[in-house]
Design a protein around this ligand. Structure first.
Ligand SMILES: [Zn+2]
Length: 365
């Protein structure tokens, strides 16, 4: 920096393509984030919390202006998409893992096999970032570059070189570089196709990947959780009402992020004169989320069988008949749902069951 003038203009002397350039720049407020070049740090990293940091080690490590621009764009993308706060909010498991890992990972194991990383501000960021957030940050970063007029073709090798100097922990919490490499090439193609067609360079909606347990509800889905409730049996002899422990189970397939088709099983367990009775409603289930977002309300239904049996007794005659259930609930935190169900069944003539219950389940998808 040569000299700063009172009117806000600053003269920078920079080296670009081995030529010295003098840039006369006037600062304007373009983003709400400060960028901090950590000139004292030899470590190779960049991260973003309230501020966006790039170390001198990272500046040395990048082999071109475009790579450094990509690093900044990637961090900016994390900021724009609010990944850090979303991760903290969404994932109870994420928080538990983060707390556990911070406690057990020795200070010497850094993301790039470096030391002292845990004590740095990057720890929060990188512990918390899921692989899907990394994919999304790469995706958006390419569009940020393209919109700034920066060619997006030559950045795909970057993650391979990062991978070479990375420690094993970094590798477990980031997508494999081969995937990121292939993604960057695909995104570059997508951008080029839009440029050639004269289309606006707007990112498509980010959809993550199509694998099981990929963070989208669409695809394989499995839910298990405990709960409690109340069971009522209307017998010809009289009515029995009991406090019950509940278990809720579902497994199936979601054709979209909103709808899941499952095999569902809801059991109310209660004590009847010293005998543990299970009143189970199972069958074909459907769960419909009112939005694609993580924090969505849902309605559900199950139709099939209702059985009353005593699983721990030898001489108990079980009864099975028609049963159904309806429910409402909410995904309160990513992968965690609270559901409220009512079930009704006619397992035998002269016996009608009715149950209500709440359950707190983990949903794998
Ligand atoms: Zn990242």
């Amino acid at each position: 920096m040569e000299d700063a003038h009172d009117d806000g203009w600053v003269n920078f002397v920079v080296e670009r393509d081995e030529k010295l350039l003098t840039l006369n720049i006037r600062g304007i407020e373009a983003t709400p984030f400060a960028i901090d070049m950590m000139m004292m740090s030899e470590q190779v990293y960049a991260f973003a919390d309230g501020t966006l940091y790039v170390t001198r080690g990272m500046m040395d490590f990048t082999q071109s202006d475009i790579e450094l621009q990509f690093v900044i764009a990637h961090q900016l993308a994390h900021k724009i998409k609010k990944h850090l706060s979303r991760m903290k909010r969404d994932s109870l498991i994420g928080k538990i893992i983060a707390i556990t890992l911070i406690a057990i990972i020795p200070r010497s194991s850094g993301p790039f096999g470096n030391n002292d990383w845990n004590s740095s501000k990057s720890s929060n960021e990188d512990w918390a970032f899921s692989k899907d957030f990394e994919r999304e940050a790469d995706y958006l970063a390419m569009y940020l570059l393209a919109n700034a007029g920066i060619p997006t073709t030559d950045v795909s090798e970057f993650w391979r070189r990062v991978n070479e100097i990375s420690g094993s922990f970094y590798k477990t919490i980031h997508p494999p570089y081969s995937e990121r490499f292939a993604n960057l090439i695909a995104i570059d193609k997508e951008i080029k196709a839009k440029q050639e067609a004269g289309e606006e360079l707007k990112p498509n909606k980010f959809s993550g990947t199509g694998f099981a347990s990929d963070g989208n509800r669409a695809g394989f889905i499995l839910g298990v959780g405990p709960g409690m409730g109340y069971a009522r049996n209307d017998l010809t002899l009289g009515t029995e009402s009991k406090f019950a422990v509940k278990t809720d189970f579902l497994i199936g397939y979601a054709p979209s992020n909103r709808t899941a088709i499952t095999w569902s099983n809801k059991v109310l367990w209660y004590d009847s004169v010293g005998i543990t009775i299970a009143s189970s409603t199972s069958g074909l289930g459907i769960t419909y989320f009112l939005s694609e977002d993580t924090h969505a309300n849902f309605i559900s239904a199950v139709i099939g069988f209702n059985s009353v049996f005593a699983p721990f007794e030898d001489n108990y005659e079980s009864s099975t008949g028609f049963g159904l259930g309806i429910g409402v609930g909410r995904e309160v935190s990513k992968n965690w749902i609270i559901g409220l169900d009512a079930t009704w069944g006619k397992p035998a003539s002269g016996l009608t069951t009715f149950g209500i219950g709440v359950h707190f389940s983990h949903l794998w998808y």
